[in-house]
Design a protein around this ligand. Sequence first.
Ligand code: GAF
Length: 386
Amino acid sequence: MSLTVAELHQLFSAHFKAAADYHFRAPGRVNLIGEHTDYNDGFVLPCAIDFDTHVLARKNGLNVIRVLAADYDNQQDEIPLTAAIEHHADYQWANYVRGVVQSLQRQNIELVGCDLAISGNVPQGAGLSSSAALEVSLGLTFTTLAEQPMSLAQIALTGQQAENHFVGCNSGIMDQLISAQGQQGNAVLIDCRSLACDAVAMPQELAVVIINSNVKRGLVGSEYNTRREQCEAGAAHYGVKALRDLDIDAIANIFTELDDVTARRVRHVVTENARTLAAAQALANDDISTLSQLMAQSHASMRDDFEITVPPIDYLVSLVHGVIGNRGGVRMTGGGFGGCVVALVPHDLVDEVKTQIAANYPQHSGLVADVFVCQPSAGAEIVTQP
Ligand code: GAF
């Protein structure tokens, strides 16, 4: 259960016996299209959402970072700045903090001792990048307090390094980059090779609806890292740096050249990159029926070629598609194996989507879905500083 910012300030003052004088914020994200393309140097089209992680802070004049996790029953961590950073044996949330500290230290950023209180409302384990929101808000916190400002892209890379080298998930750059560089009212087309970010305005007539299937599965220990290895094997076969460097013609004979599984993984990434670029164009042109088709194809490709969807998610996608048809788009979003569906829904159909899900999903899956209507939001920011 997350706290309001006012409650978090009260908690900070009560716990650390002094008021916080910095406040940082970073959002979660939903990806509209371009799944498992980021670590293949490809294209993604996410938007930041109006669910955030908040960090309150003050310098403590000590050689230690003291952290209070409001959403975890006020669990605490202390990270000495004078010793090597070790994994926390019990608290996974603490490993994201420690990972960011280590990643900054490896870039020779001299951190200062500080007290932090953290709370956020990004749903966890749902594929909406609560961990990236935490990493990015912390990257902004530590570099600001150390008076060593970093670009938002570098803060995003720092968070990714924490994830890859400390937490142990070989994720790409999408989640951290959109959390850092989201733009209010816009999706962002990201070239994950150059890290160029281009805003694409969201059509006024569509609501961004996120449906949490409540099928939970973390990325660490899941099939995520295996998918990445399969993609790298595919790129190696073709002698290219990354699958980004292939187009559909280059893989015309793929099923005679590669084993069936690797061939389908490669086909997903190559076609998904093309769909993502086409979807950004369709959004910009307000061409909703093309967008609708591209999102449907993306879902089918994730289901059949990349094999990262699960039956309750496939069911939600077909249920929503039955309501909105080609007036909007719907697909699974995020790393897969559970988590959320994203739907772009005409405002007059949002209630019907909610009604259909409430009426049918529980008996089909044994689960209750949460439905959120989100606003495409701005990326990380320093909310207050002395
Ligand atoms: C997760 C990862 F963290 C991202 O880098 C990305 O690969 C995504 O899964 C799939 O598109 O969110």
